[in-house]
Design a protein. Structure first.
Length: 94
């Protein structure tokens, strides 16, 4: 797997992986000051259920913690992930 980072329209960035067969998995976010707005996660349907979205989401939360950012999980997957991982409550935007 290799990771990619490229700008999105509107100034956001995806945090993503290109899997061995060339299929992309991604987590899209936009920075609003010191708040990372996670607005989309996407994993190819045939690769769902392998923990790929969880890996991307954990990486985003770890990055936010290291960089002193807060996270507003706007997409349903990121919100559900945050509820299942209270150890990251310190980075959630309230």
């Amino acid at each position: 797997m290799r990771s990619q980072r490229r700008p999105l329209d509107g100034g956001g960035w995806p945090c993503g992986l290109v899997l061995g067969d060339g299929l992309p998995a991604r987590l899209d976010y936009r920075l609003d000051g010191a708040v990372m707005l996670i607005h989309h996660t996407e994993v190819p349907a045939r690769l769902e259920g392998r923990g790929i979205a969880a890996t991307l989401t954990a990486a985003a939360f770890e990055h936010a913690r290291r960089e002193g950012l807060r996270i507003a999980p706007l997409c349903s997957y990121a919100r559900a992930w945050a509820r299942r991982h209270p150890e990251f409550a310190d980075v959630l935007e309230r």
